[in-house]
Write a protein that binds this ligand. Structure first.
Ligand code: PEP
Ligand code: MN
Length: 338
C-alpha cells in the first residue's frame, strides 16, 4: 500500500504512522519527497486493511500496489534506479557494456581478453570462476583461484568485475572479489541464495531463468530487495522455446515490458541469448534500441580455443566494431556509453 501524506504533515505524525505500520508486523517504508511524504506498508493485505489509513487526518490517499512484487515495482518507486559502478553507472543515461570470457581459464587468456575489452570501451569485465555446466564432465571453473585471478586482472586494467555465485556457502568469498555478483539462469529461483544475496552490500546481476516468466523474474528480484539489498540489475538472456536455430530465444519484447513494470536496470545478454557470435552484434543494437541499460557480452581473445562458449564469444575485433556501432547509435536514443 502506498500512503501519501497531506502536504505539511508534521514529521511526528509520519513517525507515528510508521510505528503503527510496524506494530502490525508489516514492513514500513519512508519515502520523503520534495513537498509530500509517501509511506509504504507491505505485507498481509488484512493487516494493512486493519490500519484504516484512508480515514486518518494526515493521509491524503491510500493506493494499493497492484503488482505481486512490491519493492521492485514502479508503482512504489517511479524513478529509475541507477547503480554506481566504478567510474560509471548502470541505469540512467549510461549504457554499460560488461564484457569478457565465459570463464576464467588462464592468466594469459584473462589478461589478453581484459586488455581487449578495456581497449574497446567496456565498463566492466565478466568471467566465471564457478561455472554451471549442463554436463558434470565439462570444465566447472577454477573456483577461489579463478576469483583471485579475476579480481587481480580487474584491478590491473581498472575494470570492475562481474562473476557468478552458485552456492550460499560461496557468497562471502565471491562478494569479496566481485563488484557485481551474478546469479545465473539456473539459480534464478534458488530462493535461499537470493535471500543470502539480499543481505550483502554488492550489486546483484539477476539473470532470467530459461523457463521463467517476466513475473517470476521480478518476484525473484523482490526476494533480494525484501532482504535489504536494492542494488539489483536484471538480465534478459533468452528463454527456451520450440526454436532450435538459436541456443535460446532472446525475448527482447521483455525489455521494454520489464522497464515499464520496474525501476531496476535491465541488461541484455545476446551471447547466451543466441549462442551464435554473428547474431551478437545485431541483437546488441536491437537491445539498445528497445531500451536496455546495457549488455553482458562474451568476448574471448581466441574464441576457437575457449574452454566454454567459444561459438558465441566475439573476437576482439568484432567487439571493437560492436562498440563503435553502439557509440554511433546511443546518442540517437538519448544515451551514452558508460
Ligand atoms: C554466464 O553468463 O556465464 C552464464 C552461465 O549464463 P546463464 O546463467 O544465463 O546461462
Ligand atoms: Mn557462457
Amino acid at each position: 500500500m502506498i500512503i501519501t501524506l497531506k502536504p505539511e504533515t508534521p514529521s511526528e505524525a509520519a513517525d507515528a504512522l510508521l510505528a503503527r505500520i510496524l506494530d502490525k508486523g508489516l514492513r514500513a517504508l519512508h519515502m520523503p519527497g520534495s513537498d509530500q511524504v509517501v509511506l509504504g506498508a507491505l505485507g498481509e493485505a488484512s493487516a494493512v486493511a486493519e490500519l484504516a489509513l484512508d480515514t486518518h487526518p494526515h493521509v491524503e490517499s491510500v493506493t494499493p500496489i497492484l503488482a505481486p512484487y512490491k519493492l521492485v515495482s514502479r508503482e512504489l518507486h517511479p524513478h529509475d534506479t541507477v547503480i554506481p559502478l566504478g567510474r560509471s553507472a548502470i541505469g540512467g543515461r549510461d549504457f554499460c557494456v560488461i564484457a569478457g570470457p565465459c570463464a576464467v581459464e588462464t592468466p594469459d587468456q584473462l589478461r589478453a581478453t581484459a586488455r581487449a575489452v578495456k581497449k574497446g570501451g567496456a565498463c566492466a569485465l565478466r568471467a566465471g570462476a564457478y561455472k554451471p555446466r549442463t554436463s558434470p564432465y565439462s570444465f566447472q571453473g577454477h573456483g577461489p583461484d579463478g576469483l583471485r585471478l579475476l579480481s587481480e586482472t580487474g584491478r590491473e586494467f581498472g575494470l570492475p568485475v562481474a562473476t557468478e555465485v552458485m552456492e550460499i556457502a560461496d557468497v562471502d568469498l565471491v562478494a569479496a572479489h566481485a563488484d557485481i555478483v551474478q546469479v545465473g539462469a539456473r539459480n534464478m529461483q534458488n530462493f535461499a541464495l537470493l535471500k543470502a544475496l539480499g543481505r550483502i552490500g554488492k550489486p546483484i546481476l539477476l539473470k532470467r531463468g530459461f523457463a521463467a516468466r517476466v513475473e517470476d523474474l521480478l518476484l525473484a528480484a523482490e526476494y533480494i530487495l525484501a532482504e535489504g539489498n536494492d542494488q539489483v540489475i536484471l538480465c534478459e538472456r533468452g528463454i527456451r522455446t520450440f526454436e532450435t536455430a538459436t541456443r535460446n530465444t532472446l525475448d527482447l519484447a521483455a525489455v521494454p515490458y520489464i522497464k515499464s513494470r520496474t525501476h531496476l536496470p535491465v541488461l541484455v545478454d545476446p551471447s547466451h541469448g543466441t549462442g551464435l557470435r554473428d547474431l551478437v552484434l545485431p541483437m546488441s543494437l536491437a537491445a539498445a534500441a528497445c531500451g536496455a541499460d546495457g549488455l553482458l557480452v562474451e568476448v574471448h581473445e581466441d574464441p576457437a580455443r575457449a574452454w566454454s562458449d567459444g561459438e558465441q564469444s566475439l573476437y576482439p575485433a568484432q567487439f571493437d566494431t560492436l562498440m563503435a556501432k553502439l557509440g554511433a547509435l546511443l546518442p540517437v536514443l538519448g544515451r551514452r556509453l558508460a
